[in-house]
Design a protein around this ligand. Structure first.
Ligand SMILES: [Zn+2]
Length: 223
């Protein structure tokens, strides 16, 4: 019988706890760690103080194509890709770090309603990466702002205009937003800067300090 490394197990428990805090479902934890269902369920109760939710994961590619989820998931995925390719944070670590950055950006300028649910949940963010890995979605580049946006795989790239450059007529007109006097969830400038720089991502120009992937990756967003 193979002896499981204690250090490796500790690492996985730490990763799982961070993911639970960010809102991961148990199925995500099972896929990302080698920990048993029972241990993960126990860890979940310890971290969250309640039992993990049951039921299927949200399995819909179409959700990512509606305009607001599309903007949020495109921001998240661009950050994730940057992390995974240009910082020491890879795969599940890149997912955690990118999702944290996404939360920071998504709540920027929303001090009045900080407790609101993020548009993109952690579990959906994880699903999105799986959709990319299995080539069910692609990044299409907007002809106007040059940002990369989540789109169905094999959608024609030519003439693509993103949901920020050409929002649908009803965009942002929900009751909640009408009450809050319609403020963009993420400043459009910041979104475009993040998307454009994640696309260009000059590996050499952006010298990434080994120790701090978060501050390095926040560079393109804060510009
Ligand atoms: Zn655009």
């Amino acid at each position: 019988m193979a002896i499981k490394s204690v250090a490796k197990e500790a690492e996985e428990i730490l990763l799982a706890s961070e993911m639970i805090t960010l809102g991961a479902r148990l199925q995500v934890l099972q896929a990302e760690t080698g920990l048993s269902y029972d241990r993960l369920a126990r860890l979940y109760r310890e971290v969250k103080g309640c039992s993990p939710p049951k039921g299927m994961l949200p399995f819909s590619v179409d959700w990512f194509m509606t305009w607001l989820p599309n903007i949020h998931s495109s921001v998240f995925y661009s950050v994730y890709r940057y992390m995974d390719s240009h910082t020491p944070a890879k795969k599940s670590r890149a997912l955690v770090e990118a999702y944290r950055l996404y939360l920071e950006q998504a709540s920027a300028g929303r001090a009045d309603e900080p407790s609101g649910e993020p548009v993109l949940s952690f579990t959906r963010a994880w699903m999105l990466i799986r959709f990319f890995d299995s080539s069910m979605v692609q990044l299409s580049y907007c002809e106007r702002c040059k940002g990369g946006f989540v789109a169905h795989a094999h959608d024609p790239q030519k003439g693509f205009i993103c949901a920020i450059c050409r929002p649908p007529p009803r965009a942002g007109k929900t009751r909640a937003h009408a009450a809050a006097a319609v403020k963009p969830l993420i400043p459009v400038k910041a979104v475009n800067a993040a998307l454009a720089s994640a696309k260009a991502a000059p590996a050499k120009a952006l010298a990434v300090p080994k120790r701090s992937p978060r501050s390095a990756a926040s560079l393109p967003l804060s510009r």
